[in-house]
Write a protein that binds this ligand. Structure first.
Ligand code: AMP
Length: 225
């Protein structure tokens, strides 16, 4: 499918709400879209042992947020390096911004580069369901592809469908760390939601599986809003 106008989208939602899965489907269906997933960028920095990776590692392990100053530079540099800061760019961000301060700073950089946001979608999934399914989530780290042993298993157990490489369990997907991430999300989302509501670009889609949520997201992306 083709996008009829430049689309710059934020996907917000609790950890485990399916942002990665929804992003992947959007990228498959809209070839013009590029995506940046902040968690994937951080995990790649950590595995390459860059200075940012070394600083970020302990935050990810404990389920805390990486400081805003690091995140804002990291993601704006990614946008810049991928040549996405111009008025015709099409992209989505998954996992960033995660605080009100990140949202404001991002908006500022985008405004300065005539590449303002036009759509913010918050995925609303029952958090009891998220907690139940998180322990069976596995990822292919290099690509960010996500599997769930219960309802979206890999074709070969514990192997990525495309590359055959091993899948891993994220260290922060344990019940204890995960609950902490959920609590943090619930604290941070409220001011961000209000901020984007005021800008008139915030939408919410609800459902308990990505199959239910995806068509609603796609409809928002193709509608002329
Ligand atoms: P995710 O893969 O989006 O669930 O992110 C995994 C972890 O990376 C989070 O629990 C945070 O420790 C860190 N992280 C990702 N994005 C951000 C962000 N925008 N701000 C602060 N920390 C982040």
């Amino acid at each position: 499918m083709n996008l009829i106008k430049p689309t710059r989208l934020l996907l917000l939602g609790a950890p485990g709400s399916g942002k990665g899965t929804i992003s992947k489907r959007l990228l498959d269906n809209f070839k013009q879209l590029k995506s940046i997933a902040s968690g994937d960028v951080l995990r790649s920095q950590i595995s390459q042992k860059t200075s940012i990776g070394l600083k970020a590692e302990s935050y990810l392990k404990s389920g805390s947020l990486v400081p805003d100053s690091i995140m804002i530079n990291l993601i704006t540099n990614q946008l810049q390096n991928q040549n996405l800061l111009h008025s015709n760019s099409n992209w989505l961000l998954d996992g960033f911004p995660r605080t009100f301060n990140q949202a404001k700073e991002l908006n500022h950089v985008l405004d300065e580069n005539q590449s303002n946001l036009n759509l913010v979608i918050e995925l609303n999934v029952d958090q009891n369901i998220i907690l139940k399914r998180i322990e069976s989530r596995y990822v292919h780290l290099p690509s960010g592809r996500i599997y769930n042993l219960d309802y979206n298993p890999p074709k070969v157990p514990f192997k990525d469908d495309i590359t055959g490489e091993p899948l891993t369990k994220r260290e922060d997907d344990t019940a204890e760390v995960f609950s902490k991430r959920l609590i943090k999300y619930n604290e941070e989302i409220q001011p961000m939601r209000q901020y984007f509501q005021k800008l008139g670009i915030w939408h919410e889609v609800s459902g308990n599986t990505s199959d239910i949520i995806y068509p609603k997201v796609e409809k928002l992306v193709i509608s002329d809003i």
